[in-house]
Design a protein around this ligand. Structure first.
Ligand code: LFR
Length: 476
């Protein structure tokens, strides 16, 4: 039976990769063609993405990959590049953790109305939503000169093909997308003072975008296919679940915690709980919450310098449980910086013991993340009415045994960990389906993953009382 080789370009907040997938009926093999670091660059007051370095990594990876049937691109959400009328990029895209949006969301929400924003877009209030970034950039010469706005995967796709467009799963994270009309929310844009002509036509995952530019020197590589270009959308495709009674945690820099639904939940309770309705592939809704995620650990490691992470995690596993807990979703943790100091401050303010060693800090982070996972898994069920029997942990966090076990304990549900490369796999499976070598709907794609990927099951231990008490201490 037919087999194709496709390439997934997956750009994450700390690294980018080009993965090769060989897919046929009932099989998928994944290999890494190239991995490169993604280091944000501060110039003056502004934190930028190093987009040309990312592009360099993409090109190097695609050359190393050799001829492929198609390429699919995904990355983190909300951020964008601006093109002038000739198609040239205007400046380096600004990082969503930049301070330019401080205070903007509150102002815009008051002006436009939180209820209206939620009814139209279904989106959680995150300070860095594209809506708020564009309001923060209002009046700058760059925005004034701009002809088009492209989200990061659409920008890479443009550089690969010369085609301008907006893939829908990522467009749905901007807070400028009308989720019921499945179109740009032009009324909202106009009322927020954002030019509606910046936004290119939308297309669905699975759309064939066009051939790669001949001048890229990729002989034998045919075309770019739209995948779930929001990395979380591809990660959810890559969840090896059976049926619909599952929650997922796409666990990397962020933990994206939620369920997959057929229709959005736009109730007042949902809005107040800050749950989001992001669009998934095949018309699904990713009903989830952003939990601050392993960012807390990544920034702590950066602060400490050279440390042996496996050793530190073993030490953390030996620390007493729940000695100090913080709310990971506290906005003080959002910007880059000295995370151990911020965690110590948060403990001091909350009357929690201040972690005295890196191992104690790591235990505080993992306990607190497990608690935030518990809170979000419970809320997702309550608010959506979808009950779950298991929690799938996918992404880099699936390797973290302590976090997976404590998440199972905290949720009182089995955790099924893996695949680590769910995002690349989701990207690859969408391309393989477009190429016609795997068939069917999301459950059919997930069956291929269950049959081919290494998964680890964690059973919940202990009782829920201790977790309930610790969750109360976390506040929030
Ligand atoms: C995960 C992710 C989240 C989004 C955040 C910022 O990589 O895409 O889904 O909220 O990054 O873009």
């Amino acid at each position: 039976s037919a087999v194709v080789t496709v390439a997934a370009v997956d750009l994450g907040a700390s690294s980018g990769r080009v993965m090769l997938g060989r897919v046929g009926a009932g099989r998928v093999e994944l290999t890494e063609a190239h991995r490169f670091t993604n280091e944000p660059v501060r110039v003056g007051d502004t934190l930028h993405w190093d987009i040309l370095n990312l592009w360099h990594g993409v090109r190097t990876g695609l050359r190393a990959a050799g001829p492929v049937t198609s390429i699919g691109v995904d990355s983190w959400a909300v951020d964008y590049g601006l093109l002038d009328a000739s198609g040239a990029l205007l400046g380096n895209p600004v990082h969503y953790r930049d301070a330019r949006t401080d205070g903007v969301a509150e102002r815009v929400a008051t002006q436009l109305g939180e209820e209206r924003l939620y009814a139209t877009t279904g989106l959680q209030q995150l300070p860095f939503n594209t809506l708020y970034q564009l309001v923060a950039a209002a009046g700058t010469p760059q925005l004034g000169t701009a002809h088009r706005l492209l989200l990061i995967p659409d920008l890479i796709t443009y550089w690969l093909t010369g085609r301008i467009g907006a893939e829908l799963t990522n467009a749905s994270t901007t807070q400028l997308y009308d989720l019921r009309r499945r179109a740009w929310a032009t009324d909202l844009m106009a009322d927020a003072g954002i030019r509606t002509d910046l936004f290119p036509p939308l297309h669905e995952p699975g759309t064939r975008i066009g051939p790669v530019r001949p001048d890229l020197g990729l002989p034998g590589t045919a075309e770019v296919v739209a995948v779930g270009s929001h990395d979380t959308a591809s990660a959810v495709v890559g969840v090896p679940a059976t049926g619909e009674r599952f929650a997922y945690i796409s666990c990397g820099t962020w933990s994206l915690v939620g369920v997959e639904l057929d229709a959005p939940v736009l109730t007042e309770a949902s809005r107040r709980a800050n749950f989001t309705n992001e669009s998934g592939v095949d018309g699904t809704i990713r009903y989830l919450r952003n939990v601050m995620g392993l960012w807390l650990l990544q920034e702590s490691l950066r602060t400490w310098g050279a440390v042996d992470l496996p050793h530190l995690l073993r030490q953390a596993a030996g620390e007493p449980a729940f000695r100090s807990v913080v709310d990971p979703d506290d906005p003080v943790f959002l910007p880059p910086g000295d995370m151990p100091a911020r965690i110590a401050d948060a403990c001091r303010r909350a009357g929690e013991p201040v972690p005295a060693t890196p191992a104690a800090t790591v235990r505080c982070i993992i306990d607190s993340l497990a608690l935030a996972h518990r809170r979000a898994v419970h809320q997702a069920q309550q608010l959506s009415g979808r009950n779950v029997d298991a929690v799938h942990v996918v992404g880099g966090g699936a390797r973290n045994e302590l976090l997976c076990q404590l998440t199972a304990d905290a949720c009182g549900l089995p955790v099924i960990a893996g695949p680590v490369e769910a995002t690349a796999l989701g990207n690859i499976l969408m391309q393989a389906r477009t190429a016609g070598v795997v068939g069917g709907d999301l459950p059919a794609l997930r069956t291929v993953l269950r049959e081919t990927q290494h998964l680890v099951r964690y059973e919940p231990r202990g009782d829920q009382a201790a977790w309930r008490a610790a969750e109360d201490r976390m506040g929030g």
